[in-house]
Structures are given as structure tokens and as C-alpha cells.
Design a protein around this ligand. Structure first.
Ligand code: AAQ
Ligand code: ZN
Length: 382
């Protein structure tokens, strides 16, 4: 596959004059990604319970995989030998890999952080590992993802201002080392884009400081990290508002780990282009389903004789083919198909939400779309 110099570029197709919501196209060597886009998460080189052909059928354009998990199991060398992630899991479209920093803190049993990197013990077998920008760039190259993330430090929430400041300082240090190591790994071959990540927790001045550190490093895309870690949605939205006019408008903006349908709409209204979240498959496995009116828990007795689709407006295989009563039966019987159908629907719901927001922005009616969607969707149970 040849990679012309413009291997990665982002085109702004339309911007909502009222909110600043954007419709764009991210051009990558493995295909174009139209934004706003929801990216299914495939932690261990699989989007749980979904086969690649099913992900294609539901319109997934890019999926995520995880450096921390795959390094520990099966090992980045095995993935590389298997043809990189695309060969190993037979997914031909773009893949984005997270850098591993976030997962170290949320998963490893023990970790010590210093400017050098993070010393941690594997959550599988307790073996010691050192993870740092150089390690992360090397592993992401072995995985062969199309988009890699800088190795960053995500402060927990809540945290002290000093902790948040420390994470901003270290994230800048590690972003420079990530960029340098990435350039060394790829020797000018433009086969993997490296996105920068902005930190700063819930302090606007720290967010500005982090943006001022990271933006001059001229990455092809920028992520907003450090959110969706338990903070109130109001704080998330306030931080996004503070970054709207700061992040380069001609480059894609990725809000990490978000989120619920209403969070996606509010994120797009604040200039975000890309999202990822484990909710669709995680909720899918416990029978919680997204509908335009909120989340439905299919276990409930009230669906026992409900012979209507999960979501009558949805075009996914589960909604076209089965009823709530049947899916409830599968779930209560512990049938594997229950997880598959629920995951399938939830993934399609968020992918379709991205498609519909894009259409609304292109047609100049995003404010009306946002009002109508939020008016119907109650964050909790429908
Ligand atoms: C859920 N809330 C949340 N997630 C965050 C993540 C991980 C995003 N999801 C990546 C993923 C990829 C493959 C498999 C599983 C997950 C972050 N990643 C980084 N690097 N930095 C963050 O600040 C950061 C903040 C987050 N908040
Ligand atoms: Zn559906």
C-alpha cells in the first residue's frame, strides 16, 4: 500500500453557524471517516461479541484497540507477526489505538509514576513492566494502527489542583517524547498518524495551559483527555466550551471515553468530531438498550409480551428481525445471542446518531436536531 504525503488529512465539510458543530471527513490510507463519528471499542482486538463483517454491516468506519491490553496479552510481537492488528483481527478499515497510560491506572494492580514513565504490575499475572512514551510508540507501531495516541497522564477525578497541574506538566513532557519516538519509529513513513492529548482536569486555566503546550507540537489531530472520569456532565461541557475556540479548527477533535447518546450530542454541539465508549457493548451485555426515549432494560417483566422492536426507528438487524419479548427471553435464558443482539443494536444506535448529526449539520438544522433529540432522550431509563 503506498502512502502519499497527504496520507492523513481532515476536511471540514460544514460548520453549524449557531453552535459550531462540525461535519468533516478524515482521510486515512485505509479509508475516509465521516464525522461526527462514534468509534466502537475493541479492547482485545475484538469488539465484544461482534464479528468484523457485522461491524461493517452496521456501518462502523473505525474501531479502537488497546496498547496496554494487547502488549500484555497476546503480546505485541504476536500481533505484529499476525500481520499487525488489521491482519490479526481481519479488520480492513482504520483502527485507532490508545497509548496505554490511561489503562495502566484503571487496570494495573500496582503502579508508580515518575517523569520517566509508569512502573506497574500486570493485572493478569503481577509481572512488572515499565510503560513510557518510547514503549507506547514502539508497541503502537507493532500493532500497526492507523491512528496512535500520545502517552499521557490522565488525572483522576476528583483530584487536587496540584495533581491536575502535575498531569498537565507530565503530559506535555511525554507528548514531546512521544512525537520524537514516533518519528524515529516510522522514519518519515506516513503510515500512522499521532494525535496529541490535552489534559487539565476541570480547571479551565490548566486546560488552556495544556492546549498551549500540545498544540504547537503540530499533531494531525487532538484529543480531549481527562474527562468522563466521574466528573459531573456540567463540568465536562464547561471544559469543552473553554477549548472550542482553542483547538485548531482544521484538525479533528476526539473526546476520549464518551459516551452516552446525550453526551455525544452535547459534545458535537461543542465542536467534537470523534468519540469512543465501552457503553454500547458493556450495556449490551447487561440488557440495557439505547432508545430515542432513554435506556430500556430488557430484563423487565413489562417487556414479557412486548412484541415490538427494541427501537422502531432503528434499522439494525436486531430491531428489523426480533421483538423485545424474544430478546428478553434470550437474556433471561442466558443465551449468548442476547448479548450479541443488544450490543449490535447499541453500537448501531450510536453510529447512526453520528450519521444523523452529520446530516443535520450539512442541512443546516443541527440546533433543531439537538433540541428534538434531547427533548425525547432522558439520560436514565426510558
Ligand atoms: C471512559 N472514560 C474515559 N476513557 C478515557 C480514555 C480511554 C479512552 N478509550 C480508549 C480505549 C481504547 C480501546 C479499548 C478501550 C478503551 C483516555 N485515554 C487516554 N489516553 N487519556 C485520557 O485522558 C483518557 C480519558 C478517558 N476517560
Ligand atoms: Zn436497533
Amino acid at each position: 500500500m503506498n502512502f502519499p504525503d497527504t496520507a492523513f488529512s481532515f476536511t471540514l465539510d460544514a460548520v453549524c453557524p449557531v453552535t459550531g458543530a462540525r461535519a468533516g471527513t478524515l482521510h486515512t490510507p485505509r479509508g475516509d471517516i465521516q464525522t461526527p463519528v462514534f468509534m466502537p471499542v475493541g479492547t482485545q482486538a475484538t469488539v465484544k461479541a461482534m464479528a468484523p463483517f457485522e461491524l461493517e454491516e452496521m456501518g462502523a468506519r473505525i474501531i479502537l484497540a488497546n496498547t496496554y491490553h494487547l502488549y500484555l496479552r497476546p503480546g505485541a510481537d504476536i500481533v505484529a507477526e499476525g500481520g499487525g492488528l488489521h491482519g490479526f483481527m481481519q479488520w480492513k478499515r482504520p483502527i485507532l489505538t490508545d497509548s496505554g497510560g490511561f489503562q495502566v491506572f484503571s487496570l494495573s494492580t500496582l503502579n508508580r509514576i515518575s517523569d520517566e514513565g509508569v512502573w506497574c504490575r500486570s493485572h493478569h499475572d503481577g509481572t512488572p513492566h515499565v510503560m513510557n512514551p518510547e514503549w507506547s510508540m514502539s508497541v503502537q507501531k507493532q500493532l500497526g494502527s492507523d491512528i496512535a495516541m500520545c502517552f499521557d497522564q490522565c488525572a483522576p477525578w476528583p483530584c487536587s489542583r496540584e495533581e491536575a497541574e502535575g498531569a498537565v506538566r507530565r503530559t506535555a513532557l511525554w507528548a514531546a517524547r512521544s512525537k520524537e519516538a514516533h518519528a524515529r519509529e516510522w522514519q518519515g513513513e506516513r503510515r500512522q498518524a499521532l494525535f496529541g492529548i490535552v489534559q487539565g482536569s476541570v480547571w479551565e486555566d490548566l486546560r488552556l495551559r495544556s492546549a498551549k503546550d500540545i498544540i504547537p507540537m503540530d499533531f494531525p489531530g487532538y484529543a480531549v483527555g481527562g474527562l468522563s472520569v466521574g466528573e459531573p456532565h456540567g463540568d465536562m461541557y464547561r471544559i469543552l466550551d473553554s477549548l472550542k475556540g482553542v483547538l485548531p479548527s482544521g484538525k479533528p477533535r476526539y473526546l476520549m471515553g464518551v459516551g452516552r447518546p446525550d453526551n455525544l450530542v452535547e459534545g458535537v454541539a461543542r465542536g467534537i468530531d470523534m468519540f469512543d465508549c465501552v457503553l454500547p457493548t458493556r450495556n449490551g451485555r447487561n440488557g440495557t438498550l439505547f432508545t430515542p426515549y432513554g435506556a430500556v432494560n430488557i430484563k423487565k417483566k413489562q417487556y414479557e409480551r412486548d412484541f415490538t422492536p427494541v427501537d422502531p426507528e432503528c434499522d439494525c438487524y436486531a430491531c428489523r428481525t426480533f421483538t423485545r419479548a424474544y430478546i428478553r427471553h434470550l437474556y433471561r435464558s442466558g443465551e449468548i445471542l442476547a448479548s450479541r443482539l443488544c450490543s449490535w443494536h447499541n453500537l448501531r444506535f450510536l453510529i447512526r446518531l453520528g450519521e444523523e448529526m452529520r446530516k443535520a449539520i450539512l442541512e443546516g438544522r443541527f440546533p433543531e436536531f439537538r433540541r428534538a433529540f434531547l427533548g425525547r432522550f432522558s439520560g436514565g431509563e426510558a
